[in-house]
Design a protein around this ligand. Structure first.
Ligand SMILES: Nc1ncnc2c1ncn2[C@@H]1O[C@H](COP(=O)(O)OP(=O)(O)O)[C@@H](O)[C@H]1O
Ligand SMILES: O=P(O)(O)O[C@H]1O[C@H](CO)[C@@H](O[C@H]2O[C@H](CO)[C@@H](O)[C@H](O)[C@H]2O)[C@H](O)[C@H]1O
Length: 449
């Protein structure tokens, strides 16, 4: 192994975006090229990790290089190779400029191709600041004008976030932030290029739905003897508008991307998938086992459905953290789907009820997350239930009003909510074990009904 490969193998497992934490590595290989040779030099590396269980993952790591150690970027220091000092290029402001320069120039650099959308201004020359809530991706904000999301784990094929935003471009949908460009990198011969980055208009002066909803819940808890509709921070009007916005996005997705009329076979396949996800989740979260029979019965009902319906492209991981409230309305972000699913699965046609179920789960989350610290508070638990029901109903009303179909009456909805809660149990067990009780409590209710 080269000194650089050693350095990356040491550094990567400590990064928030690295998804292979705790897995045993069997091999690691790195290949890189220069994206910018000015100062600081910017290089991009593909790091391919083979795990002991035979699986492989490839990560993208941009590094900036200096011949003298620089105190100003000490926070981004990765390590040294010979006389050169390597820094995390996403946290080194000077090294963030070339991404936009190359997009404006529609460059090809080695295996990397820059595709400007050609519709709006790209703030060339500005440095980008990394956003604090980094998760599986790393995003840079350029002067409150544009946001660049770097996809860390490379997979062959167009990322659904780019695909969906590109398709929605012609619709004038007011609930999405326009795509400004994207970046791809060639893969192994015979494979499609992988999407590396996605540049989107930054939505200024906005607050995300999770922050707004949870501050409404906090208001309610402060007045525990009042009902949700009597408290100043009531969220139901916003929830209703969010339902309308979701329906408008679904309508446009169906208009510009493929759809399919589906029936009995599709429901049977769906039930198989729901059951398979439950079985896998029980192996990871043993607490799920006591609800498994009830959930299997719920999924068996899905297998018996025959009513024809339309499958289409959906958001795939819609929740309150993925929507922004601007001064004029709601914007829906991040059409990437659930990060744990394969790219192919995330691009499949699905029922729009998947997103409705995701958002209904999110109202439950917002209502209950404060109870994690106060499990014995029955009065607050009662208020939380009221808040969740009120906002879930308002969301469905808004959706029904805008689409002409009331999601609350669908026989599929409960099973899809349960499936999302099963996914959330795995997500929480891996990332925030102290929040596991939120989806588990909901599953107890869903499995018993
Ligand atoms: N176009 C945008 N305008 C303003 N803020 C944005 C925009 N896109 C993302 N954000 C902010 O960045 C956060 C993370 O973005 P997101 O696309 O959800 O990334 P991730 O896939 O890492 O969850 C969002 O919750 C939002 O606050
Ligand atoms: O935003 P991501 O695409 O990374 O989504 C993942 O992380 C989410 C948490 O940040 C997780 O969402 C769950 O927690 C939210 C509150 O933090 C809640 O609003 C959601 O309803 C709940 O599912 C999401 O499931 C996961 O894919």
């Amino acid at each position: 192994m080269s000194a650089l490969t050693d350095l990356l193998a040491e550094w990567m497992p400590h990064q928030r975006w690295f998804g292979g934490k705790g897995r045993e590595w069997a091999s690691v290989a790195e290949d890189g090229f220069f994206l910018d040779e000015a100062s600081p030099v910017l290089s991009v590396h593909r790091v391919r990790i083979g795990y002991a269980d035979g699986a492989e993952e490839t990560y993208l790591v941009p590094l900036s290089w200096r011949s003298e150690a620089d105190e100003e970027v000490a926070h981004a220091y990765v390590g040294s190779v010979g006389d050169n000092h390597a820094y995390d290029a996403m946290r080194d402001r000077d090294a963030t400029v070339p991404w936009l320069t190359h997009l404006v120039a529609a460059s090809t650099v080695g295996p990397m191709h820059f595709h400007p959308a050609g519709v709006a201004y790209i703030p060339e020359g500005l440095p980008g600041d990394v956003i604090s809530g980094e998760q599986s991706n790393t995003s840079l904000i350029y002067g409150e004008t544009a946001i660049l999301k770097l996809f860390r784990r490379l997979e062959p094929g167009l990322n659904p976030d780019v695909e969906v935003h590109e398709a929605l471009r012609g619709t004038d949908n007011p609930h999405i932030a326009p795509l400004l460009g994207h970046v791809e990198i060639d893969g192994d011969p015979g494979t499609e290029p992988a999407t590396v980055a996605f540049l989107q208009s930054f939505v200024p002066n906005a607050s995300d739905g999770w922050r707004l909803a949870t501050s409404s819940v906090r208001d309610l808890y402060a007045e525990a003897d009042l009902h949700a509709d009597e408290v100043g921070g009531d969220f139901a009007g916003e929830a209703e508008r969010l339902g309308e916005a979701t329906a408008a996005v679904h309508r446009d997705l169906a208009a510009v991307l493929p759809t399919a009329e589906v029936g009995a076979d599709w429901y049977a396949e769906l039930a198989t998938q729901l059951t398979a996800r439950l079985d896998a989740a029980v192996g990871i979260v043993p607490e799920l086992a006591e609800h498994a029979d009830g959930l299997r019965a719920l999924y068996a009902d899905v297998a018996g459905l025959t009513e024809p319906t339309t499958a289409q492209r959906v958001h795939g991981d819609l929740h309150l953290g993925q929507v922004l409230r601007t001064t004029t309305g709601w914007i829906v972000l991040d059409f990437e789907g659930e990060p744990a699913r394969s790219l192919a699965a995330r691009r499949e046609l699905d029922t729009p009820l998947r997103d409705v179920a995701g958002m209904l789960r999110s109202f439950d989350y917002a209502a209950r997350h404060l109870l994690v610290e106060q499990p014995g508070e029955t009065q607050l638990a009662y208020r939380a239930q009221e808040w969740a029901e009120r906002n879930r109903a308002a969301f469905c009303e808004g959706y029904a009003g805008a689409s002409g179909t009331d999601p609350a009456t669908s026989p599929l909805l409960q099973a899809l909510e349960a499936d999302k809660a099963v996914y959330e149990c795995v997500y929480e067990a891996r990332n925030r074990p102290h929040w596991l009780m939120i989806p588990l409590t909901s599953l107890a209710r869903l499995a018993a009904s």
